[in-house]
Design a binder for this molecule. Structure first.
Ligand SMILES: [Fe+2]
Ligand SMILES: [Fe+2]
Length: 302
């Protein structure tokens, strides 16, 4: 069993492509951010997205897991471009995705359900009876010892300087129930959400940038004995052990941010032990480390 995890492509198409009527307050602030140079960091996002598709072809993972921020300003043009660049992944059954704050950038985007219009297949669940809030939590059971469980921590922030997230209460409750459901309990769980529970050094994110109800989220995840928490949002690629989670945190950072690119590849060996390997951008291609390090917290809990 093998999974590829990437995040934060931030496919942007420049400000000329943003329809005039879409220039709400928040998007205007985001646009000004792009003008100030943030867009420059993602100048080659399209080329790197295509390189991820090439990596997928070479690795042939069973699932491809994306933790959001596919777009920069959540415009139709950006969503269409992101989907087209990632072809054939979004139209298949191997793609699992959770949105980032940039994918729900404005309130109309949220009300329209724009993300689901473009990435509906990635929101499929094997256990629809466990949903408590729209598509969430989504659960995929690729074999009899593994579960993917995802919740949506992204929200529209009205204040331009705020990029914090929050998992709605029905999803927190649904997550706790899903993890103790007999069809899920005892499996190795890949828990996916956009917001990272810590920064690269293990310290907490700021109030304005982090997950508001992180403690609730981690408490709801306490039933996980073996697992990995997959995230993005913090644009650094790292793996980290934190007190409140029994497994290990894997932040895929941004696959397209100039100078910080990366992704993760997870493999399970014949003993059932999962390892993580880092994928690194080599200027024209993504390369994966030859040897993986076992995911923390797998010893003795089975
Ligand atoms: Fe991001
Ligand atoms: Fe984000």
């Amino acid at each position: 069993m093998r999974f590829l995890h990437f995040s934060d492509l931030h496919i942007g198409l420049g400000l000329r492509r943003v329809p005039f009527l879409d220039w709400g307050g928040k998007r205007l602030a985001g646009g000004l951010n792009l003008l100030r140079g943030r867009g420059r960091h993602f100048a080659e996002a399209a080329r790197k997205a295509l390189a991820l598709v090439d990596l997928d072809e070479r690795l042939q993972p069973d699932l491809v897991l994306c933790t959001g921020d596919l777009t920069a300003l959540a415009t139709h043009a950006e969503f269409a471009a992101a989907k087209e660049l990632l072809e054939p992944l979004p139209d298949g059954s191997r793609f699992v995705v959770t949105p980032g704050n940039h994918d729900v950038y404005t309130l109309p985007t949220v009300l329209e359900g724009r993300f689901a219009k473009y990435f509906e297949n990635g929101l499929a669940t094997d256990l629809p009876d466990l949903r408590t809030d729209g598509a969430w939590p989504l659960v995929r059971l690729p074999d009899d010892d593994t579960a993917i469980v995802a919740v949506n921590s992204a929200r529209n922030n009205l204040l331009p300087w705020r990029s914090s997230g929050r998992i709605p209460s029905p999803q927190v409750e649904g997550l706790e129930a899903a993890l103790s459901d007999p069809r899920v309990a005892g499996r190795f769980v890949f828990l996916m959400t956009h917001y990272a529970p810590c920064l690269a050094d293990g310290s907490p994110d700021t109030k304005e940038h982090g997950l508001q109800n992180l403690d609730e989220f981690l408490a709801a995840s306490a039933a996980i004995e073996r697992g990995a928490l997959l995230c993005g949002h913090v644009h650094d690629v790292f793996r980290q052990v934190i007190d409140a989670f029994a497994g290990e945190v894997f932040c895929a950072g941004s696959a397209t941010y100039e100078g910080r690119e990366g992704a993760w590849v997870f493999d399970r060996d014949s003993q059932g032990v999962w390892s993580g390997r880092r994928a690194t951008w080599r200027g024209d291609v993504y390369e994966v480390e030859a040897e993986g390090e076992p995911v923390a917290g797998q010893g003795g809990s089975r």
